[in-house]
Design a protein around this ligand. Structure first.
Ligand code: UDP
Ligand code: MG
Length: 310
C-alpha cells in the first residue's frame, strides 16, 4: 500500500482540485493506496473540504490537529499514522506535481529505501526565497557532519524501514530532510520541475522559515557554539595585545591620554560579542528545554482513522 501524506494549512481554494489530481495518479498504480490529509489547524474552510473529500472517497483519510503546529510536525503526524509500506511526502499547494509520484515509486522499486525529488527549477518563487534557500542549503552543508542533499525539499518516497526509524526519533525540532539524511539506508533521487503554487500565498512566513533554518542548524551542527568559542579566543587575543600596548605607552612612552574613545569602542565590541555568544548558547538551551519537557509533539482533534494516535 502507498500512503501519500499531505500537510495542509489554509488551502481551501486549491485543495479539492489537488486531491483529485493525486487520486487520479494513484489510481494508475496497481497498488492499494490512501491519501492521508493532515489539517494543521487551518482557520479557513479547509477542514470542511477535507471532511467532504473523505466521505465521498474511501481512500481519503484525515487527521485534524488541535492547532497549527507547523509544516514539519504536520508531516510527522502523517508519518506516525501512515499505514502504507511506501509513504510519499509532498506539499498540498500544488507545487509538487503528483505525476512525479509514479517516477519516485519506479525509482524506489529498483531497491532504494528513500528516493527524494530534487528541484531542477522552482516555479514562480520570489528572488528572496530562492536566494535565501540557496545560501542556507550551502551553509548548512558546510557546517553539518551528515551531508544533507541540496535544493531538496520534503518531496520524497520512503519505505517502512525509514518510517519506523523516524517514529523512533522523538526530537521536538523536526527537520525531516536532515533526519532522513542522518538515517542513512539506501538513497537515490530523481529530478523534477517544481510548479508554482496553485492558489493563495505561501504559508511559510519569514518567521517560520527562520525557525526551520535554526532548527536545521541546531539539530545537525554544534558549529555555532564552536564559532562563539573561537570568536571569544580571538577577542581575548586582541585584548591581550591592547593591554601590552597600553602598559607600554603608559610606562615607557609616558604617553597617556584620558582614552575614553578607545575604552568605549572595546567595551561595546566585547559586550556585543559576549551577547552573541550567550544568544547562541540560549538557542541550544531553549531546544534542550523543549525536549526535556517531553510534551507530545502534536495533538489530534479528530480523525477518520480507527486508531489515530499522537
Ligand atoms: N503548511 C502546513 N503548516 C504550516 C505551513 C504550511 O501544513 O504551518 C503546509 C502548506 O499547506 C503546504 C506546505 O506545508 O502544503 C508547504 O507550505 P508552503 O507552500 O506555504 O511553503 P513554500 O512552498 O512557500 O515554501
Ligand atoms: Mg509551496
Amino acid at each position: 500500500m502507498i500512503t501519500v501524506v499531505l500537510p495542509i494549512y489554509n488551502e481551501e481554494h486549491g485543495l479539492q482540485a489537488f486531491c483529485l489530481e493525486c487520486l487520479e495518479v494513484l489510481r494508475q498504480t496497481d497498488k492499494p493506496f490512501e491519501l492521508l490529509l493532515v489539517n494543521d489547524g487551518s482557520t479557513d474552510d479547509t477542514l470542511k473540504i477535507i471532511r467532504q473529500l473523505s466521505s465521498s472517497t474511501q481512500e481519503v483519510k484525515y487527521i485534524d490537529l488541535s492547532r497549527n503546529f507547523g509544516h514539519q510536525i504536520a508531516i510527522s503526524a502523517g508519518i506516525d499514522n501512515a499505514q502504507g509500506d511506501w509513504v510519499v511526502l509532498m506539499d498540498s499547494d500544488g507545487q509538487d506535481p503528483p505525476s512525479e509520484i509514479l517516477n519516485l515509486l519506479r525509482e524506489a522499486e529498483k531497491g532504494y529505501d528513500v528516493v527524494y525529488a530534487k528541484r531542477k527549477s522552482r516555479g514562480q518563487e520570489g528572488l528572496m526565497k530562492r536566494l535565501t534557500a540557496k545560501w542556507f542549503y550551502r551553509l548548512l552543508n558546510k557546517i553539518t557532519s551528515v551531508p544533507i542533499p541540496m535544493d531538496v525539499g520534503d518531496f520524497r518516497i520512503i519505505n517502512q524501514k525509514v518510517v519506523k526509524a523516524l517514529r523512533r526519533m522523538p526530537e521536538k525540532q523536526r527537520y525531516l530532510r536532515g533526519q532522513i539524511a542522518w538515517l542513512g539506508f539506501k538513497q537515490s533521487h530523481i529530478e523534477y520541475d517544481r510548479r508554482s503554487r496553485a492558489e493563495g500565498d505561501t504559508k511559510y512566513t519569514y518567521r517560520k522559515m527562520i525557525r526551520l533554518a535554526l532548527d536545521g542548524i541546531t539539530s545537525f551542527s554544534n558549529w555555532p557554539l564552536r564559532l562563539a568559542t573561537i570568536t571569544g579566543f580571538f577577542c581575548a587575543f586582541i585584548g591581550l595585545l591592547l593591554i601590552i600596548y597600553t602598559l607600554y605607552s603608559r610606562f615607557v612612552l609616558h604617553d597617556y591620554e584620558p582614552g575614553w574613545a578607545s575604552l568605549m569602542i572595546t567595551l561595546v565590541f566585547i559586550g556585543g560579542i559576549q551577547l552573541i555568544g550567550i544568544g547562541v548558547i540560549g538557542e541550544y538551551i531553549g531546544r534542550i528545554n523543549e525536549n526535556v519537557k517531553s510534551r507530545p509533539m502534536y495533538l489530534i482533534n479528530e480523525s477518520n482513522l480507527e486508531d489515530a494516535h499522537d
